[in-house]
Design a protein around this ligand. Structure first.
Ligand SMILES: [Cu+2]
Length: 330
């Protein structure tokens, strides 16, 4: 039993570094420097720990006999050794690590200064999803940030409710989202791809289901994505989707969500103007497919218990009409 538990724990520890979201699989120079510092700190800690263990073993081996090798005779303490290992080396290493972590890395990973040329993305934390706005445009989206490749993007992070923390381990350090503050962090990637992010400050029941994607696009793909995202929603085609739109606009959906171009303006929940252009819903909890949208709209509480979107007790034909409409919002 004990052996099985132990091997299970070892496997878990080994696997915990795997997957798309790890501090050691870095995809930007900034995240690489952070990981490098982490490895150096680990090496220093291993040396100190190993040295302490070694002294312990020596003391145990010598327990009946006077004097340890580094101390000479039992009564005579080798002061040089104590000064070197007890004071000089700790002061030098800790000062060096402090300077690298708190001066060099903080400057290295800093966002570009806000200016007319720097691109700014506003990210607002909500229990339990991410609102994303592109400064200077009318584009609003949720849980999926797009940025152009090879561009230093200034992310301005704040919150609509409690403290959250914005973190894309593959790209940069964390930044806390604090009520009333606008903290900034750099987002940069030299390669096209998609990187997972996660809220890293416990923020209530569904904290674990508060994730997001960062899509790094080519400059052209990003420009057309942004232009499309800033445009209002297109009109529904077909009778089912039109019925879905009527239902959306006239029932409680409109008291929490906005679909630009339909007269709805609420901002309690995510902007759904181009919902069908996203790959996931509910902060990466479900894929964005009709078979996942339907149970979400039917009863979000069964998927994210305690969530801010209530169970509205809709009939299944109402749900199908809403899904038909939402699916068209490309
Ligand atoms: Cu959070």
């Amino acid at each position: 039993m004990l052996r099985r538990c132990a091997s299970g724990l070892i496997c878990l520890a080994l696997l915990s570094g795997c997957g798309k979201q790890s501090i050691t699989s870095t995809k930007s120079p900034d995240a690489h420097d952070i990981a490098l510092l982490w490895w150096w700190m680990l090496a220093a800690a291993v040396i100190v720990f190993g040295g302490a263990l070694l002294l312990l073993v020596l003391a145990w081996l010598k327990r009946e006999r006077p004097g340890l090798p580094i101390f000479g005779e039992r009564e005579h303490i080798n002061e040089g050794m104590v000064l070197l290992f007890g004071i000089a080396i700790p002061i030098v290493t800790l000062t060096a690590l402090f300077a690298v972590a708190n001066i060099y890395l903080v400057n290295r990973t800093a966002p570009p200064k806000p200016s007319s040329t720097a691109m700014t993305v506003d990210v607002i934390g909500h229990q339990w999803w991410w609102e994303i706005r592109y400064a200077g445009t009318s584009a609003v989206t949720a849980n999926e940030i797009h940025i152009p490749v090879n561009t230093r993007v200034n992310v301005v992070a704040t919150t609509a409710d409690v403290i959250h923390s914005f973190w894309v381990p593959a790209l940069n350090r964390k930044v806390d989202m604090i009520p009333g503050l606008h903290n900034r962090v750099l987002l940069f990637s030299s390669r096209v791809g998609k990187f997972r992010g996660q809220c890293s400050q416990f923020c209530g029941l569904q904290h674990a289901h508060m994730s997001f994607w960062v899509f790094v696009d080519t400059a052209g793909a990003f420009r057309s994505w942004l232009a499309h995202e800033a445009a209002p929603a297109s009109a529904p085609r077909g009778a089912t989707a039109s019925a879905g739109q009527r239902m959306f606009v006239t029932t409680s959906c409109a008291s929490c969500h906005e679909i630009r171009g339909t007269g709805t303006t609420a901002t309690v929940g995510p902007d759904l103007t181009h919902l069908a252009g996203r790959t996931s819903i509910a902060a990466l909890t479900l894929p964005n497919t009709p078979s996942a949208l339907a149970p979400w709209i039917h009863n979000p509480q069964a998927i994210k218990p305690g969530d801010r979107m209530p169970d509205l007790g809709l009939q299944s034909n109402a749900v199908s009409e809403l899904v038909a409409y939402l699916q068209e919002l490309k």
